[in-house]
Design a protein around this ligand. Structure first.
Ligand code: SF4
Length: 656
């Protein structure tokens, strides 16, 4: 048995262009595609498109709002375009350019006053569309018919042909019309694709024992191929798919020719060829039904399958799915990283799980996505996290109206402003690029919308810390905390889940007017609990250190009898206070300022004056130090007197 497939079998230029365009748009799912009439006369393609949501409407009136309407290769009448535009329907005109050319001819000659004659099938949409460009006044003729001649009485006649009409038929009708209308303008508008296909079919049929014509039963050009073939090869069969192959025929040692109409997908032709080819090679004697069974396995959009990488190209990866055709995984469906090439990610022989985005049955192309699969897995994780209230981690990647977007597990999560923190955040851009922990609080499966809350996590964390704190808190315990706010009476410090107050008096050993002289918001301090009330949850904190207490410093340094250099800092009627070291003052009683009687301290001393004084008494308990300047003057006066007396005695002795 030998099998020859006609070179011209399958999609013509116009059909291929239209089918690819519709599949591409449908696969992208960016718009709702519909067709005006079935896209092509092929049941399998139409059904496949229907599965992808591409519905065919018979008339413009039935087309709903919001769809992108496709005008198929056959074209439509002028008034149909007007109706579409009047209804404000967005449309894609995929009329085959060869058909469009006929529309132009008809319109032009009709407007010049010619009578239009269309040689073709009056029931075919292409012919009806052409007639619509001469106000439906054209004469449609399929074969030589005497009655037609009566209608064509005008001298000015323009003749065009349906693109897929049988050439022999066309020429006969032209001769027939020219009998009465010799000046007719004739346009041979039979499409070359049709011409070549018919001519090849004729020759193939002449050389074959059995001819298989593949194509839709409604397809006019397929029916014509069948008619042409049958004239030369009586064993001609018109089938739609390999399942229609006649089973009671003896194919052994026969020459078989296969041809197909312009609307037959190459996949269907390949299937027919494969099944017949298998029959010739089947040494095991597998029967026909078994072979059909084997061939019938198909992939469906949405399936997840494991395939083997068979080729890695620059912009795509070819994956063997173990089915009829290989899958194509475009680079942008493999990864989001524009810097990675497919070869950086996979190599030939790798097993890879892929998501079936779409099966373009017409072209035998299976479009794959790895990203979609990853997205599905990620979505599953998000759903599980939502159901189990698990805390997720993500990075803030965008500030949007009313909140921020965080990316986690490949999913974008919207975090509303009020959920972005425990406290109001004036400028959300401060969160950009921050890593945040959040919990999913809302999930819309249908719209794939997820809402997260950072606040919920922070509140929970705070609660946990609070419980831990109160369980172990005790007076004297030290903490490292952060100043949360500063007020006139002190600073509030977060010591790990709870805030305590450091009173202004506890901030410094020196006298200060405002806590801000010592601390500011955000400062990290080491504090200790001075007082605690677990019932009212109030904590008083201490900050200044005992070892820095100036009275203790002074106590360690000074004793009664020591002479200190001190600065007069304050005058009172009964004496003057002098600073010995910062924050430690002693009193020089008025009686101890001079060895002479004085009215008031200012008579002898002034503020800021530095004097030497002797410590005459120390009372650390009551923080009292007594000083005396006089105590330093008296011994000096006594010494001078003694020296004076000694000198006088020496003088008397010399006179004697
Ligand atoms: S058969 Fe010719 S005219 Fe018709 S769609 Fe195909 S290419 Fe266009």
């Amino acid at each position: 048995m030998s099998i020859v497939v006609a070179k011209t079998a399958g999609f013509c230029y116009g059909v291929k262009r239209a089918v690819n365009e519709v599949y591409d748009r449908a696969l992208k799912k960016e718009e709702h595609i519909a067709t005006l009439g079935k896209l092509i006369h092929n049941r399998q393609v139409v059904e496949d498109l229907e599965k992808m949501g591409v519905k065919a409407y018979d008339c413009v009136e039935d087309v709903p709002e919001g769809v992108r309407l496709v005008i198929r290769t056959h074209g439509v009448a002028k008034d149909v375009i007007e109706k579409i535009e009047k209804k404000n329907i967005s449309y894609v005109d995929l009329t085959c350019p060869f058909v469009e050319k006929i529309h132009k001819i008809v319109k032009e000659y009709y407007e010049k006053g010619y009578k239009i004659v269309i040689i073709g099938d009056g029931n075919h949409p292409e012919v009806q569309g052409i007639n619509g460009w001469c106000n439906n006044e054209g004469i449609i003729v399929y074969s030589c018919d005497e009655a037609i001649l009566d209608k064509i009485s005008e001298k000015r006649v323009c003749i065009v042909a349906q693109t897929t009409i049988n050439r022999e038929n066309f020429e006969q009708v032209i001769q027939f019309i020219k009998k009465t209308c010799q000046g007719a303008v004739v346009f041979d508008t039979i499409c070359n694709a049709t011409k070549d296909r018919q001519s090849e079919t004729l020759h193939l049929a002449e050389e074959s024992d059995i001819m298989i014509v593949v194509g839709g039963k409604e397809s006019s050009n397929t029916r014509k191929l069948y008619e042409i073939s049958r004239k030369r090869c009586p064993l001609t069969f018109h089938i739609e798919t390999f399942e229609d192959l006649p089973q009671n025929i003896n194919y052994k040692n026969k020459k078989i020719g296969i041809t197909a109409g312009a609307s037959t997908p190459s996949r269907i032709i390949e299937e027919v060829f494969t099944v017949m080819d298998e029959m010739t090679r089947n040494e095991q004697g597998m029967d026909f039904a078994q072979m059909i069974e084997e061939s019938i396995k198909t992939l469906n959009t949405g399936d997840v399958v494991t395939g083997t990488v068979v080729e890695v190209r620059n912009n795509e990866v070819i994956v063997d799915l173990g089915f009829k055709s290989d899958g194509i995984l475009a680079a942008d469906q493999l990864t989001d990283d524009p810097y990675l090439k497919p070869s950086d990610i996979v190599k030939v022989g790798d097993q890879i799980d892929v998501f079936i985005v779409g099966v373009n049955d017409a072209e035998g192309k299976t479009v794959l996505s790895r990203k979609r699969l990853v997205a599905m897995e990620n979505w599953k994780k998000i759903k599980e996290a939502y159901e189990s209230k698990t805390i997720l981690e993500g990075k803030v990647i965008q500030v949007v109206k009313g909140g921020v977007i965080a990316l986690t597990e490949g999913n974008k999560v919207f975090i509303p402003a009020r959920q972005a923190s425990e406290r109001f955040i004036q400028d959300l851009s401060t969160l950009l690029n921050a890593n945040v922990k959040f919990r999913i609080i809302e999930l819309d499966e249908k719209r794939k919308r997820v809402i997260g809350s950072v606040r919920s996590v922070l509140e929970e964390e705070r609660k946990g810390l609070e419980e831990k704190f109160w369980a172990s808190a005790e007076v004297g315990k030290e903490y490292t905390g952060t100043v949360k706010s500063v007020t006139a009476f002190g600073a509030f410090v977060d010591i790990g889940g709870v805030d305590g107050l450091v009173h202004i008096s506890e901030l410094s050993w020196s006298k200060i007017k405002h806590p801000s002289e010592i601390v500011k918001e955000g400062d990290v301090l080491t504090v200790y609990i001075k007082d605690i009330n677990k019932e009212t949850k109030k904590i008083a904190l201490g900050y200044k250190k005992q070892e820095d207490n100036p009275w203790l410093v002074a106590q360690a340094k000074y004793n009664v009898g020591d002479v200190v250099s001190c600065k007069i800092v304050r005058m009172v009627p009964f004496g003057a206070f002098a600073e010995i070291i910062p924050n430690v003052d002693g009193l020089i009683h008025i009686s101890q300022i001079s060895d002479k009687r004085i009215g008031k301290p200012e008579d002898v001393l002034s503020i800021g004056q530095v004097v030497d004084a002797k410590i005459t008494d120390l009372n650390w308990e009551n923080k009292k130090i007594s000083l005396s300047i006089k105590a330093l003057i008296a011994p000096a006066a006594e010494a001078a007197e003694e020296a004076h007396e000694e000198a006088a005695e020496e003088s008397i002795q010399e006179q004697e």
